[in-house]
Design a protein around this ligand. Structure first.
Ligand SMILES: Cc1cc2nc3c(=O)[nH]c(=O)nc-3n(C[C@H](O)[C@H](O)[C@H](O)COP(=O)(O)OP(=O)(O)OC[C@H]3O[C@@H](n4cnc5c(N)ncnc54)[C@H](O)[C@@H]3O)c2cc1C
Length: 387
């Protein structure tokens, strides 16, 4: 079924009574909650410690499924294509409400960038509409020293508007929201964590949980700092970037939003600090002005250091089981590309939750489904992954 149809669906056709608790108030939390409600789950509660000042609200973000560790290519393509259809539909509803603005992305690689930079990304060449080589005029306009580049259609995804839009749609379908300031206690995915979430949601009997906690989704996560500079530059009409793998800590991009332009960035693994670094700000402006020289004098509106939720193995979407028939569907570890695959991941979350509800109803008792030893200490190591 097309994503556009799903967005408009209501839950009346299929009533699903099992309560589901989603932990996380970013794009993954609200996209998962909305898709569950659209699929007929009518008792969905979302808990979050924070709704503002989180990566989903502050990231630049362009639709470009990349920067996600070792996430398998086929999954990234599937999630990216699904999200693309969804964003195309939202763009027609107006960017003020949805945060989705269509644009064109031009990316370049320079002569000295090395062989890897000249190879097209296998995900982008399959997912990005109209993916083609940059013309000589495009190279002359933006990067005369480039050896080549690619151009494709894309969207700007303004997180603060987009997540609010998803939240509004989910609330219309009956989403209960608990927070801000409500932190689920215990290590994510543990039995203690499930019990704490159930108590906060006032759903003591809940057995189904979605872990959309970003950087706090599991012990396998680590921070990746990114420095952003917001400038007033209404003359910028397209997105421009240089993502040289040989200079991986300094991706350069210019992303035009509705009201300002985002300049980036840095990609500093294991750096979760959020203090301002004036030298990074200057370096970002200097690098971006190589592509659009007028940016050198653009008024700076704000400097935004933020942190990507990194995970070496890439995005984690799977289901783990615990004693008592508890099931945690994971949806975290999206690194620097989560906004670009959120809708596709949410669809997979629904499939995993549905499989669990079907298994629960067939077995009658969730505990019958368990194999192996019982959960002892409540740690995630006691949970068994079901991929
Ligand atoms: C500099 C930068 C550039 C980026 N550029 C792009 C881009 O161009 N394109 C793109 O697609 N993506 C981009 N991203 C990545 C994207 O922003 C992230 O992948 C995405 O926002 C992750 O969303 P999330 O919902 O998993 O996490 P978050 O937005 O971090 O949300 C996590 C939520 O979980 C809650 N939480 C955590 N633990 C608990 C707990 N115990 N109890 C209750 N609540 C809890 C938090 O309070 C929060 O509400 C960028 C990110 C950064 C930082």
């Amino acid at each position: 079924m097309a994503a556009t149809q799903r967005l408009n669906e209501d839950s009346t056709s299929r009533e699903r009574h099992d309560p589901v608790i989603v932990v996380g108030g970013g794009v993954m939390g609200f996209a998962s909650a909305l898709r569950l409600l659209q699929d007929g789950f009518h008792d969905v509660t979302l808990i979050a410690e924070k709704f503002g000042q989180i990566p989903s609200k502050s990231s630049p973000a362009v639709f470009r499924p990349a920067w996600m560790g070792r996430t398998p290519t086929d999954r990234t393509i599937r999630w990216g294509l699904s999200t693309l259809q969804h964003l195309a539909h939202l763009a027609r509803l107006g960017s003020e409400a949805t945060g989705i603005t269509p644009t064109t992305h031009l990316e370049f690689f320079k002569h000295n960038a090395g062989e890897a930079a000249a190879r097209p990304d296998p995900v982008l060449s399959k997912v990005m509409p109209g993916f083609r080589d940059a013309t000589s005029a495009e190279i002359a306009t933006f990067c005369p020293e480039a050896a080549g580049g690619w151009v494709y259609s894309t969207f700007m995804i303004e997180g603060a508007r987009y997540v609010r839009f998803l939240e509004g749609k989910a609330r219309e379908l009956g989403l209960r929201v608990v927070g801000p300031g409500k932190k689920v206690a215990g290590e994510a995915q543990s039995a203690e964590w499930c019990a704490s979430a159930a108590a906060l949601a006032e759903r003591a009997a809940a057995k189904l949980f979605v872990n959309a906690c970003g950087l706090d989704g599991g012990q396998d996560c680590y921070p990746i700092r990114g420095d952003l500079v917001l400038v007033k530059a209404p003359f910028v009409k397209v997105a421009v970037g240089e993502y040289n793998p040989a200079d991986g800590q300094r991706p350069t991009y210019i992303y035009p939003r509705r009201d300002h332009v985002v300049l980036g960035s840095t990609y500093l693994e294991h750096d979760g600090s959020r203090e301002d670094r004036p030298e990074s700000t200057q370096d970002v402006i200097r690098r971006c002005s190589e592509f659009v020289p007028e940016l050198l004098n653009a008024p700076v509106i704000a400097v935004v250091p933020c942190v990507r939720p990194g995970r070496k193995e890439g995005v984690r979407v799977d289901c783990v089981l615990a004693d008592g028939g508890l099931a945690v569907v994971n949806n975290y570890g999206h690194g620097g590309g989560g906004m670009s695959i959120a809708w596709g991941c949410a669809e997979e979350v629904v499939s995993l939750v549905l499989e669990r509800t079907q298994a629960l109803s067939v077995a009658g008792s969730a505990s019958d489904l368990l194999v192996g030893s019982r959960l002892a200490g409540g740690g995630p190591e006691s949970l068994r992954a079901r991929l």
